[in-house]
Design a protein. Structure first.
Length: 400
């Protein structure tokens, strides 16, 4: 059940007496977002109608906040734009009272923890989090839960048991990249891996998927790994720095948002262009389409749709409405195959990323699927009941 507002705010006030002045620093996200992929008129009409018909307790007086740790690439800009575009009708039609977005200036867990504490003090009923660390925010998240605030994490999740977790299967993402390279290079290949933001759940899990799947393909070899931070400029510089010392590269594995930077580094080095796994970034898709027209270049795009933030919003709203929502929901990965490229690119604004629009009805289906999976799963023995997501990686154990 959702705690009473007055009781929750009273407890939040007590919490505020113990917080330092630094915990009050938070910055609202206003503008600067890349152009969002607009929903179709039918989607907008259907979503608005759906939003006006809450099915359980009213959430018209509830306020939901987004706490975002990073906005330095097109994916994050589109995620923020999708949040604004898709939550604004819910506010306008009175489904919720507010759906405000906040982004910290740097990807620092301490800054985001202070931001979360500030949002507690401001009286938000739910906080949706794209986290800077899977473990370093757990203290602030627990404070929120203790104050009666619903916490829903997505993309970069937290491991605090009280928080809901909305995730893509990043481990599967890593596996699929390796499987694709194995089909393209059955006789073996040298691979370059471009990793994302260090210490995050996304980077750790996707990398582990690559490592685990490589065990099935002994002829595939990662000859180097660089840190791209999910940003093209960082990736281009990092790849350019290692290329002179590397042998021939057949393929490049990455985490989304880096492929165009990889291509630019290889072009500048005058090396043969490798097979690069793409994401949903428009500039990557445009480059891929151009190369396909010129020389038949083929690949695949695997990514997580920025619209997953909207899934987290609707999950938070359903919890506030009193609905019993499973603690873990998995959102399918977003694939773009060669024969789909032209159509997707035609609907993706320049400088943005291709997105998948999730409606309230879509989220209800995900919740139903999670319930069905939960009901059919065998009861774990006490010795095996620990949630793997609660076991931090080595990188997370050293996260400040």
């Amino acid at each position: 059940m959702t705690p009473d507002n007055d009781n929750r705010r009273w407890r939040a006030g007590l919490l505020g007496l113990a917080l330092s002045t630094a915990a009050l620093a938070a910055h609202a996200d206003t503008g600067g977002a890349a152009a969002a992929t607009p929903p179709s008129p039918a989607q907008v009409a259907g979503q608005t109608q759906d939003q006006s018909q809450p099915r359980t307790n009213s959430t018209a007086d509830k306020r939901i906040a987004l706490s975002n740790n990073y906005a330095g690439n097109a994916w994050r800009q589109q995620m923020l734009a999708a949040w604004q575009t898709q939550t604004a009708p819910a506010v306008k039609t009175g489904v919720v009272a507010a759906a405000d977005a906040f982004t910290i200036g740097e990807n620092q867990p301490t800054d985001q923890a202070a931001q979360i504490q500030n949002l507690i003090l401001q009286g938000y009923d739910a906080i949706v989090i794209d986290a800077a660390s899977t473990t370093a925010l757990n203290g602030a998240v627990q404070e929120a839960c203790d104050a009666g605030v619903v916490v829903v994490s997505f993309d970069g999740i937290v491991t605090a048991p009280c928080a809901w977790k909305i995730v893509n299967d990043f481990h599967e993402w890593g596996r699929e990249q390796v499987d694709y390279m194995a089909k393209r290079f059955p006789d073996g290949a040298n691979l370059l891996e471009v990793r994302g933001l260090p210490g995050t759940f996304v980077d750790d899990d996707l990398h582990q998927g690559i490592v685990d799947e490589l065990e099935h393909y002994p002829k595939l070899h990662i000859v180097s790994s660089v840190e791209g931070d999910w940003a093209q400029d960082v990736t281009q510089q990092a790849v350019a720095g290692v290329l002179p010392s590397l042998p021939h590269i057949d393929g490049v594995l990455n985490q989304g948002g880096e492929a165009y930077g990889v291509a630019q580094a290889f072009r500048a080095s005058q090396r043969e262009m490798p097979v690069i796994i793409f994401s949903n970034a428009q500039d990557e898709l445009a480059w891929w389409a151009e190369q396909h027209r010129k020389n038949g270049y083929q690949s695949i795009a695997i990514s997580n749709a920025p619209g997953i933030a909207v899934v987290a919003f609707w999950v938070a709203q359903r919890i506030l409405a009193g609905e019993d929502v499973p603690k873990h929901l998995t959102v399918p990965l977003y694939h773009i195959r060669q024969d789909e490229l032209s159509e997707v690119l035609a609907h993706t604004p320049k400088g943005s990323v291709a997105d998948q629009i999730f409606t309230r009805a879509d989220v209800e289906r995900l919740i139903q699927q999670a319930r069905a999976t939960q009901a059919s799963a065998p009861e774990p023995s006490p010795a095996k009941a620990q949630d793997p997501a609660k076991t931090p990686s080595a990188a997370e154990e050293t996260q400040p």
